[in-house]
Design a binder for this molecule. Sequence first.
Ligand code: ADP
Ligand code: MG
Length: 333
Amino acid sequence: MFSSMQIGIDLGTANILVYTKNKGMIINEPSVVAINVHTKEVLAVGEEAKQMVGKTPGNIVAIRPLKDGVIADYQVTTDMLKFIMKKASRKLGTSIRKPNVVVCTPSGSTSVERRAISDAVRQCGAKDVQLIEEPVAAAIGADLPVEEPVANVIVDIGGGTTEVAIISFGGIVSCHSIRVGGDQLDEDITQFIRKKYNLLIGYRTAESIKIEIGYSLVDHAEMHMNIRGRDLVSGLPKTIQVSSYEIQQAIRESLLSILEAIRATLEDCPPELSGDIVDRGVTLSGGGALLHGMVEWISDEIVVPVHLAPSPLESVAIGTGRSLNMMKRIQKL
Ligand code: ADP
Ligand code: MG
């Protein structure tokens, strides 16, 4: 008997991860593709392509083919998947022939967007493609007992979106998805620095400011960071110092909209499940959950226990892979 390889893919806006039952996580790369605009040739994918963002000559562009969690550029997404599948085969030391693939889709995606994702994966040689709702995958990967008739609340803060869902009995009971995630925080920081200091900074710099000195809306000891960019008045390179207090102000509005999505989902909760939430709390996953003080801040605001998933950046991929064994019991798309 043949059994074909089973793999789970987290096709995120910021990162693409591939998980297999036997070998665990075999791919973890930024979802970035570098392309020659004239020949359309793919020059690099993943970390190598991310290093090129904002630094390439005019004929090379670094594209993030997924936007807001869905495919914005179909051709480039397919190219990226092909590259990733090849790399996965190399890692496994065998060629992945006709694998069974489970891939996640954001809960807010339309049927056309879902179709595009499964077609793109099939084009890369998959035998069978199943889709799973991203919050369900995130909850499975965060070790929540999604198949039980209890309220499992998951907040997945990714690059492009934040998805909040209550999952019970293998399916989504209530869910809110907003197009605010880590990328929006980077954008807020970029805008703030441009307005206040007349300094233009790149996407990578904004992200590193967020990761190093970005705080959710909690008290903390002030931190400083030196950053470099281009002065908009003189046009010359310049270094300035920014404080974690001002960065906190810059990202305030976006953080409040994430909180609002959590509140709205909890308000939609059927009363029979509300008691569970008080006891079991809310679990945070996704890279945005790693912002300093996030767990503290959200638990203060919603007054229920808040937990961080064991590996927030990997929850969705782990859950996608694990769901292969549970597909009969959880809601399929
Ligand atoms: P996606 O599922 O959309 O690919 P991820 O869950 O991989 O997104 O999260 C990526 C986002 O998390 C990015 O915006 C990244 O800047 C952010 N991120 C990663 N690590 C941290 C950190 N330590 N603190 C704050 N944000 C982080
Ligand atoms: Mg994600």
